[in-house]
Design a protein around this ligand. Sequence first.
Ligand code: GRF
Length: 196
Amino acid sequence: MKQVAVLISGRGSNLQSLIDAAGDSYRIILVVSNVEGAGGLDKARAAGIATTVIPHAGKTREAFDGEMDARLRAAGAELVVLAGFMRILSDVFVRGWEGKLINIHPSLLPAYKGTKVHERVIEAREALSGASVHFVVPELDAGPVIAQAKVPVHPSDTPQTLADRVLAVEHKLYPEERKLLASDKVNLENGLAVFR
Ligand code: GRF
């Protein structure tokens, strides 16, 4: 059973779906937040999961990441999952967890990396959007995609209605990918997601 740590900054609805789906294949051993009042911390505590807050104010990116790396290793984390973690990670941290670090992004990558995704998707009158689970590499939202789920974009959509539709598929997609990774059926090899 893989020991998983989850990094959050906000409400933690993806964290909740990971908590609900944890079972034989993985166990969440630690939730780390860079934001003191993040709603996801309460969700973790309610599930009896250890939490730790690492404030980032006044620290360099490397210092913050170094502190986080130490806590993750001390806790025995084998996989690190970003679930609404709103900080860019340093190259050193990302390389230290290469192949063991995944993120969920609310677009069909490689399209619409970065922020304000739903606004841009609507603006471009896309017919489809979705969510992508990917390995994290130093370049933002550019790592190999492990899985995607699509949703339609309606002409009447606002960024909020589209975000809600995408979030609903995120909640199904992420736990499935977590199980896949926990079973070592997908690995990062030479910059590619390789499935066995
Ligand atoms: C999700 O839309 C995720 O794709 C993005 O941040 C949001 C986090 O939401 N990376 P939550 O905190 O899991 O509810």
